[in-house]
Design a protein around this ligand. Structure first.
Ligand SMILES: Nc1nc2c(ncn2[C@@H]2O[C@H](COP(=O)(O)OP(=O)(O)OP(=O)(O)O)[C@@H](O)[C@H]2O)c(=O)[nH]1
Ligand SMILES: [Mg+2]
Length: 345
């Protein structure tokens, strides 16, 4: 740690966020000899006055901290991210929040039972490409599935080029295929609905029970939200896995890049539409509708594309409004004259 030498003998360092609770963060201060686990809180003056929701630290973030002699740690700054997932802020008008950061791979976890859903896979893929990391589809519960190849083929056709691994975390079958995405310095984040087996998968990777798991409902395979907060688990081989609570609905955000990659087939067809601003409804010369008519493009896929596109546009508008509001609020706090003007407006 770098000694600042001031009166309170504070020291500054960088740390990794390993879990987020309501207002408490679990952090790991990486040091030459051994890593230290600490609890930390945000420096309110920095986060609540100057920065918006996006900058609030999340699991996987590297942060600059300050510690005092008692071992209390204050988070001063979130360092730039290489990849990140966001979700809409539950408070209307507030900027979106980061869910996980700085991962290399996104493991999209679906079980080969009632949970399997192609529209959800599109949504997950869009969010994964948008995050800046590489998606890998993990199909779980192979030991319970009579025809795993059926599901593998469906994913391969829907997401050409995306790796698919069919595994059983209970028997260990297929787990060896996952190893190529792990290793010292690698970070993966798991995404998937409650009950698909994310935590069981983490335990299998770890070789011991580090996460609680819970039984699913027999009739529809739905889980019971056993994992309640995001947590990073350090595997014996030096890789890091972020387990998340089951998210059935994951927003795609302003997902231009994610949409382009996930629906590259539709984007490619759209190049051949007669009108550049074709909405692929009833326009003459629409190459996308033509592909639906002659069976080259499943109608389900086009409908889902339009749905996610509309969602992305809505998210973009929402974000722009929230960002303007945040800017005004920062300016108001920093500039008392403007503050008076705002109050008068
Ligand atoms: N047979 C079998 N059961 C599995 C497998 N993976 C998970 N399960 C079971 O599925 C149920 C749900 O597993 P969890 O690991 O708790 O699921 P989760 O995705 O972490 O769920 P949340 O924490 O609620 O998001 C448990 O009863 C597990 O034992 C598998 O590969 N084979
Ligand atoms: Mg879990």
């Amino acid at each position: 740690m770098e000694h600042t030498g001031n009166k309170t003998e504070n020291t500054k360092a960088t740390a990794l966020i390993t879990a987020v609770h309501r207002e408490r963060y679990e952090i790991l201060v990486e040091q030459e000899t051994s890593d230290t686990k600490l609890n930390a809180r945000l420096k309110t003056g920095v986060y609540y006055q100057d920065k918006g929701g996006e900058a609030f630290p999340t699991v996987g973030d590297r942060v600059r901290i300050q510690t005092n002699r008692c071992g209390d740690a204050l988070i001063l700054e979130t360092l730039p991210r290489t990849s990140v997932f966001y979700r809409e802020n539950p408070t209307p008008g507030m900027e979106r929040q980061a869910v996980a950061a700085n991962f290399d791979y996104v493991f999209l976890v679906m079980s080969m039972n009632h949970d399997f859903n192609q529209n959800r896979l599109d949504r997950y893929l869009t969010a994964a490409w948008e995050s800046g990391a590489t998606p890998v589809v993990i199909l779980t519960k192979k030991d319970l599935c009579e025809e795993p190849e059926y599901y593998v083929n469906l994913v391969e056709r829907q997401a050409p080029g995306v790796a698919v691994c069919a595994v059983s975390a209970v028997t260990g079958e297929g787990m060896e295929h996952v190893q190529r995405y792990l290793g010292a310095g690698k970070t993966v984040v798991l995404l998937g609905s409650s009950g698909v087996g994310k935590s069981t998968f983490v335990n299998a990777l770890c070789g011991e029970t580090v996460m609680d798991t819970g039984a699913i409902r027999e009739d529809d395979s739905k889980g019971r939200h056993t994992t309640t907060y995001r947590q990073m688990i350090l595997l014996p081989d030096g890789s890091r896995v972020i387990d998340t609570p089951g998210m059935r609905v994951l927003g795609v955000g302003d997902a231009k890049c994610g949409m382009d990659t996930t629906f590259s087939d539709i984007e490619e067809l759209a190049q051949h539409c007669r009108f550049r601003d074709c909405r692929h409804e009833k326009e003459t010369g629409c190459a996308v509708q033509e592909a639906v008519r002659d069976g080259r493009l499943p109608e389900r896929r086009l409908l889902n594309y339009k749905k996610l596109l509309a969602e992305a546009a809505h998210a973009k508008r929402r974000e722009e409004t929230a960002r303007k509001k945040q800017l005004r609020s920062v300016e108001r706090k920093k500039n008392p004259v403007r503050k008076k003007q705002y109050e008068a407006e």
